[in-house]
Design a binder for this molecule. Structure first.
Ligand code: SAM
Length: 285
C-alpha cells in the first residue's frame, strides 16, 4: 500500500498535509492547474495551482462568513454580484434568501464550475438550479469595468489569492469600479488573506490599504478555516454607508429564520474584534 498525501507549502519551511484516499481528477485549464482529491477527514476537496480552495468539511465556515455578515447589516439587499466563487458555495448561501432578486456570478474559469458540479455537488448544487442566478464566464475585472453605475447592492469577491488570474481583483482599478457599480447602500466583501504568516500578512495589508483609500467605511473581520494557511483568515467589509457593527440588524437577520452552522449575530460582533497584532498591522497598512 502506498500512502498518498496532499501537501501544501504554507511558507517556505511550513507544510500542511492531508492523507488522501484518492486523487479524483487533475487537469490544466486555460487559467490554472485544477486537482480534486478525496480524504477521510475533509471529504472531497479541490485545489487551484496547488492551493486549497474548498473542502466538504469546512466550506460552511467560509461561505457563511462571506454571505451572512453583509446580509445582517443590510437585510434589504436584492441585487448581488459574485466574482469568482466557481465552487458555488457562495451562490448557494446567498440564494437561501428569498428576498434576493438577482445574482450575477462571474467566474473566469468554466472548468472549475463544471468539475465542482461533478465532484462537489455539496457546494455546486444551486449553480444550475435557480432562475435568479446568471453565470458569466469571464474576467471579473473586465466585468466590473463594463457594469453600469449603482447596479448592485452587494459584491462578494470570492477569489483566489493575488497571484495568477486573481491578481487584478486586488487592484485600485477593481476596487474603484466596485465602488461605482455599488448602490449608495452597497457593501463589498472581499478576500483579505491571513494575518499570520508574513507573505499572507503582506497581501492583507496591501488589500486593506487600497480598500481604505477607496471606501469611507473599511473594516476587517476574521474567521477560522482549518485548511487555509495558519487557519486564521480574513474578509474585508467596505461600504459607502453602512458600518458592520453600528448598523447590524440582528433582529431583522434572525427573522429570516435561516439555520447556519457557523454564523450567528453574536459571532458577527466578535468577528470584528481583532487581536492586537492584527489591528496594529492594519493600522499601519
Ligand atoms: N474559497 C476560496 C479561497 O479563498 O481559497 C476561493 C474559491 S473560488 C474556487 C475562487 C475562484 O476565483 C476560482 O474558481 C478562480 O477561477 C476564480 N477567479 C480567479 N480570478 C478571477 C477573475 N479575475 N475573475 C473571475 N474569477 C476569478
Amino acid at each position: 500500500m502506498i500512502d498518498l498525501w496532499y501537501t501544501e507549502n504554507h511558507q517556505e519551511d511550513t507544510k500542511f498535509s492531508i492523507k488522501v484516499k484518492s486523487h479524483l481528477h487533475s487537469e490544466k485549464s486555460a487559467f490554472q492547474q485544477i486537482d480534486f482529491f478525496e480524504s477521510d477527514t475533509f471529504g472531497k476537496f479541490f485545489t487551484l495551482d496547488g492551493l486549497m480552495m474548498v473542502t466538504e468539511k469546512d466550506e460552511f465556515i467560509y461561505h457563511d462568513m462571506i454571505t451572512h455578515v453583509p446580509m445582517a447589516v443590510n437585510p434589504e439587499i436584492k441585487k448581488v454580484l459574485i466574482i469568482g466563487g466557481g465552487d458555488g458555495g457562495t451562490a448557494r448561501e446567498i440564494l437561501r434568501y428569498k428576498s434576493i432578486e438577482k445574482v450575477d456570478m462571474v467566474e473566469i474559469d468554466e472548468r472549475v464550475v463544471r468539475l465542482c458540479q461533478k465532484y462537489i455537488p455539496q457546494t455546486a448544487c444551486k449553480l444550475d438550479a435557480d432562475p435568479r442566478l446568471c453565470l458569466h464566464f469571464e474576467d471579473g475585472l473586465k466585468f466590473v469595468q463594463d457594469a453600469k453605475d449603482a447596479s448592485y447592492d452587494l459584491i462578494l469577491v470570492d477569489s483566489t489569492d493575488p497571484i495568477g488570474p486573481g491578481e487584478g481583483l486586488f487592484t485600485y482599478d477593481f476596487y474603484n469600479n466596485c465602488k461605482r457599480v455599488l448602490s449608495e447602500v452597497g457593501i463589498l466583501i472581499n478576500q483579505h488573506e491571513s494575518p499570520y504568516y508574513d507573505s499572507y500578512a503582506h497581501e492583507m495589508k496591501r488589500a486593506h490599504s487600497k480598500i481604505k483609500d477607496t471606501f469611507p467605511i473599511a473594516q476587517v473581520y476574521q474567521f477560522h478555516m482549518p485548511t487555509y494557511p495558519s487557519g486564521h483568515w480574513l474578509f474585508g467589509f467596505a461600504s459607502k454607508k453602512f458600518h458592520p457593527l453600528e448598523d447590524l440588524k440582528a433582529d431583522a437577520w434572525n427573522a429570516f429564520g435561516l439555520h447556519t452552522r457557523y454564523y450567528n449575530t453574536d459571532l458577527h460582533k466578535g468577528a470584528f474584534m481583532l487581536p492586537t497584532y492584527v489591528k496594529e498591522s492594519l493600522e499601519n497598512a
